[in-house]
Design a protein around this ligand. Structure first.
Ligand code: MTE
Length: 334
């Protein structure tokens, strides 16, 4: 059931108070009671505070200029209204991103300002009734946008909680009209080293490619994202269109998608092609299967000092475990 209600985490245009940018009242009250906001504010160096203000101003400007801005905020899907943890402060994940097209470190938000969000088109090809290229605004307006609060778990053992806006991946698959022989949905990011200097690093297998099985794409959790925090998403999140699969490691959630192909063959994905023994295709979250460089037992909660235990399928097992019944467990979890 969809319920329309304003959310306190929507990014305030006037930036009157940073707290109001990201916290709902309940969480805000809890945090104040614990005294953490004042403590954090008092100890934050001036330059860090300024960067936070700058990044939120930049995100707001990108959102305001977006041709689909009138579609936000979208109705909140009551089934995904609460991820069981505090929503990550917007400025924390706006300044801590993986987007290798703009650099192989976390501080790419200023560089990502060069991402040209328009014109933008998405091509559907491979095993489809008819190949087509669709303008992003036509595509977004053809979908019923909704908001969902999801947990996100990176294989580097950090996590965040984001109120995304978008639509189910299943709706995109239906839109594309794949043939019955299609077994996988493959998604690719743009390729433009002039705009994204990270792509000059020739040893990476550009363009960034990810994929899921048709059954995974059909699962209600699989979500195509167009916005975050109640407005069109900022460039560094992967504007104007990205994937989010909350039960899998974050590297599956490909950003800035320009091509969606339907195939019979399982694709080789970006990280799999680079280091196959570290990054598998399925990449489901599992605290008991360590990555060679990071234990997956616990995770650092972005925007806090907390480290918490990691859950199988990132806590979404009830919705997704059936997809993997009877499959080789080793391959499923790395
Ligand atoms: N998509 C593209 N095109 N390029 C990337 O480098 N990084 C992935 C994923 N999608 C990546 C990408 C990884 S490793 C993670 S953890 C998430 O994006 C990070 O998303 P965030 O920056 O919104 O937190």
């Amino acid at each position: 059931m969809l319920i329309k209600s304003p959310r306190a985490w929507e990014i305030a245009e006037n930036l009157a108070t940073l707290e109001s940018v990201y916290m709902n009242r309940r969480q805000f009250a809890k945090t104040v009671a614990a005294g953490t906001i004042l403590a954090a504010g008092a100890s934050m160096p001036f330059s860090a505070a300024r960067a936070e203000e700058e990044v939120v101003t930049m995100a707001n400007a990108q959102a305001a200029a977006d041709p689909t801005a009138d579609l936000y905020p979208a109705p909140l899907n009551a089934a995904y209204a609460d991820a069981g943890r505090m929503i990550t402060p917007a400025q924390d994940n706006l300044t801590y991103n993986n987007f290798y097209e703009f650099g192989s470190h976390k501080q790419i938000w200023q560089r990502a300002e060069d991402l040209q969000r328009r014109p933008w088109a998405v091509t559907f090809d491979g095993l489809v009734e008819e190949e087509m290229t669709v303008d992003i605004d036509t595509l977004i307006r053809a979908m019923a946008l909704e908001e969902r609060v999801y947990r996100h778990r990176c294989v580097e053992a950090w996590s965040m909680v984001v109120p995304w806006t978008g639509f189910p991946l299943k709706a995109l698959v239906d839109y594309a009209r794949p043939l019955g022989s299609a077994k996988y949905v493959v998604m690719q990011t743009f390729e433009d080293p002039g705009m994204a200097p990270g792509q000059e690093q020739f040893w990476y297998p550009w363009p960034y490619t990810e994929g899921v099985s048709i059954q995974e794409a059909d699962n209600d959790l699989a979500f195509i994202v167009t916005g975050a925090y109640g407005q069109p998403m900022a460039n560094q999140f992967g504007a104007p269109l990205r994937l989010h699969l909350p039960w899998k490691y974050g590297f599956k959630s490909v950003k800035s998608i320009v091509r969606i192909s339907f195939t019979e063959e399982r694709p080789t994905t970006f990280w799999e092609e680079l280091v196959a023994k570290e990054y598998g295709f399925w990449a489901n979250v599992n605290p008991e299967v360590s990555h060679p460089r990071w234990s997956q037992a616990t995770e650092k909660v972005l925007g806090s000092n907390e480290r918490i235990p990691t859950q199988l399928y990132n806590g979404y097992g009830e919705q997704v475990a059936y997809l993997y019944e009877g499959m080789d467990p080793e391959e499923l979890f790395f």
